[in-house]
Ligand binder design. Structure first.
Ligand code: URA
Length: 460
């Protein structure tokens, strides 16, 4: 074999064909094979190598098998923060990058790594808009057992989540906020890599999650970004320590790219709100905007406070007071109706719950014993999907009327036979109903974790 063909150095000092190589030195063709091989051996990749690989993902010259091998090598060997930043930047640049529009005012965004009964976006966006903070919120669809904001918004009859970049920008300028999906041409490298990760057990890698999430943020134009990184039973990250590591990495990537960043590490052992399923979660978000107090309200106000304080440059206590006032005065609810109407949705549903119906069959779930209630977010998220409330595979239609309504909270003392939840469904599925029943356990002692484990502020 001619040494010229792929004499290409990954780490300094490695001798290939008798020649000493400096880091990143290129003697011949760069190949995806060598990059994967180097990561497999634990080497740190150079900027050129990472950009070469990501370009190949986007233009199709790197195969799915090579993407899978690369992702597994990263999952097992990790990446330095510098490698991860370059990977994120290269992914963001693999498609269209939305330039910062020249309208005045700080633009905010929030991103959750995925949970069950987490409709904070539906509360936070109208609250922030009511406070005069622009919200350019790009959201996603449900992933695995977790719910997706775009699916929930489609509960409003006619709601259009597919705005063009121009429509999105004009709506943010005109009424202060928009919530939509990113277009096909945004971060195509992530779309391909994510699809491969999903079927090759390589989702739960901190550098891969960080680059996937942050590439989409860097491709959009928000100035201030809050990350809600979940840990626990219903989240990708199992422990708060892992979630905090992921949060810090994403914050550092965003800051390096010039964005104002903050992050909250929050618990997802039990569902956040009291409702699971699209119509039910939209109903609950509306109730919170009408003043209902629960964990969903608490976290939505927490996030609103942090983002408003950063965006408006006011003390957090003042930001909280304004957020609570936006809810109490009805200004935030009015904003939600305005956003729904602007995106083609029937805003009457904001004021008429019957337009967000629940399925016709109901099974009551009762406590199997007396004691403290433990609730598995993972099992309920899976049960909701299996009943048709989420997708089992890409492209599946969602039944928006499927719902699980919690009647008691995790940590409550319950007596045997007491109602703990109601399950609403159209298509009877005994396995799914058994999964829902199994999500509830009564134990002698159980103290739920605090909602917010830690917060990484602007100064941290
Ligand atoms: N959400 C994303 O967008 N990417 C991941 O890798 C995980 C969660």
């Amino acid at each position: 074999m001619s040494p010229k063909r792929f004499l290409y150095s990954i780490t300094a000092g490695r001798k290939k064909e008798g020649i000493f190589c400096r880091t990143g030195e290129v003697f011949g063709e760069m190949r995806a094979y060598d990059i994967i091989d180097a990561k497999k051996r634990g080497a740190a990749l150079s900027e050129k190598e990472i950009r070469f690989f990501v370009r190949g993902v986007a233009d199709g010259s790197v195969s799915d098998a090579q993407i899978a091998a690369f992702c597994m090598a990263v999952l097992l060997r990790g990446m330095t923060d510098e490698e991860c930043f370059v990977l994120t930047d290269a992914m963001a640049r693999s498609g269209d990058i939305a330039p910062r529009p020249n309208f005045t005012g700080i633009c905010a965004d929030k991103h959750s790594t995925g949970g069950v009964s987490d409709s904070t976006t539906l509360v936070l966006v109208p609250v922030l808009c009511a406070l005069g903070v622009r919200c350019a919120k790009y959201s996603g669809r449900g992933l695995g057992h977790t719910g997706g904001t775009l699916d929930k918004l489609e509960s409003f009859p006619g709601f259009n989540v597919n705005l063009t970049a121009g429509q999105f920008e004009r709506q943010v300028e005109r009424i202060g906020g928009a919530v939509a999906g990113q277009t096909k041409s945004t971060v195509p490298a992530d779309k391909r890599m994510y699809a491969v990760r999903d079927v090759t057990a390589t989702v739960d890698s901190i550098p891969l999650i960080a680059s996937s999430v942050m590439s989409k943020k860097l491709a959009s134009f928000a100035d201030v970004i809050l990350l809600d990184v979940k840990y626990g039973d219903g989240a990708f990250m199992q422990s708060p320590a892992e979630a905090e590591k992921l949060a810090r990495l994403m914050v550092s990537i965003g800051r390096k790219a010039g964005r104002k960043m903050c992050a909250a590490v929050t618990c997802m052992d039990a569902p956040l709100g009291d409702s699971i399923g699209c119509n039910a979660e939209v109903r609950e978000a509306i109730e919170v905007l009408k003043g209902k107090k629960n964990a969903l309200a608490e976290l939505s106000v927490f996030h609103s406070e942090k983002l408003a304080a950063l965006a408006l440059g006011i003390p957090e206590a003042e930001a909280r007071r304004r957020a609570e006032e936006a809810i109490a005065s009805g200004a935030a609810l009015k904003k939600l109706a305005e956003i729904v109407g602007a995106q083609g949705g029937d805003a009457r549903a904001v004021y008429d719950e019957s337009m967000l119906p629940l399925a016709g069959n109901c099974e009551i779930l009762r406590a199997a014993g007396s004691g403290r209630l433990k609730i598995s977010a993972l099992a309920l998220g899976k049960a909701c999907c299996a009943l048709g409330g989420g997708r089992q595979k890409e492209g599946d239609e969602i039944d928006h009327t499927v719902a699980i309504l919690l009647k008691r909270r995790a940590g409550d003392f319950v007596r045997e036979g007491e109602t703990v939840a109601e399950v609403y469904f159209n298509r009877e599925d005994n396995d799914a109903l058994a999964l829902a029943r199994g999500a509830f356990e009564t134990v002698q002692t159980y103290e739920p974790q605090p909602l917010v484990y830690s917060y990484i502020g602007e100064e941290d």
